[in-house]
Design a protein around this ligand. Structure first.
Ligand code: ADE
Length: 230
């Protein structure tokens, strides 16, 4: 990968990239600032996407147009797999939009109508790089799994149960599958890395707020380690 795209969901994480990347330039487009530079001697382009699938899609396409060869996305997520705890890390195998629902028309949940593919595969090499970084930094705290995305903050046990049973998700967040679809459309490799900030239940909002800063630091360390091992 000659040029690496990094998209963060959290301002704390972007601040850390600002500190560690040797910045060579920046530009604004559609209200988002993109910063260019090198990290451990490798060309990178990074930005904060903002929340939700539309923001993620726009900045992923823009990064690809700006010439990145792969896209790494980090942030937090709500755990859906009951075996996951707060602080655990999920590396995407595939991503699905859980809020894509045309079931009244006979499509299955998550299916994008008239499209054969709606489960987007992360790049095998990037998955291994991410898991390698996680094992070095946080042994025993990471797993690979299916990431579900939707424009909804999930805070209900019942919804979590549905997402786990119907879509076999490991965790739920609000950007990954949008980025994944844009990457698939452009044949650009990607991986999504998510630290569990909550269990998407009744206390999700509290856990989410408490965990953000720690998660940003951990995400930054994972990205940094991955780039050193590329
Ligand atoms: N990101 C972190 N926690 C989340 C949740 N419970 N639902 C959606 N996105 C999240």
């Amino acid at each position: 990968y000659k040029k690496i795209g990094i998209i963060g969901a959290m301002v704390e994480e972007i601040d850390l990239l600002h500190k560690h990347v040797q910045v060579t330039g920046s530009f604004d487009k559609a209200g988002i600032t993109y910063v260019e530079g090198t990290l451990h001697g490798r060309p990178v382009l990074f930005c904060k996407s903002g929340v939700g699938k539309v923001n993620a899609a726009v900045c992923t396409q823009l990064m690809i147009d700006a010439g990145v060869d792969c896209v790494l996305f980090t942030g937090v997520a709500g755990a859906v797999d009951p075996s996951l705890n707060i602080g655990d890390i999920v590396v995407s195998t595939t991503c699905i939009q859980h809020d894509m629902d045309c079931t009244p028309l006979g499509f299955v949940r998550g299916q994008i109508p008239f499209q054969d593919v709606w489960e987007f595969q992360a790049d095998p090499q990037l998955i291994e790089l991410a898991l390698g970084a996680c094992e070095r930094l946080f042994p025993g705290r990471s797993t690979r799994g299916r990431i579900l995305s939707g424009d909804q903050f999930i805070a209900s046990r019942e919804t979590v149960r549905l997402l786990h049973q119907e879509l076999n998700g490991a965790c739920t967040e609000m950007e990954g599958a949008a980025l994944a679809q844009v990457c698939a459309m452009n044949e650009t490799p990607f991986v999504v890395i998510r630290a569990m900030s909550d269990k998407a239940d009744g206390t999700a909002h509290v856990n989410f707020a408490d965990f953000t800063v720690e998660a940003a630091v951990n995400s930054h360390r994972i990205i940094d380690d991955m780039i050193q091992h590329m």
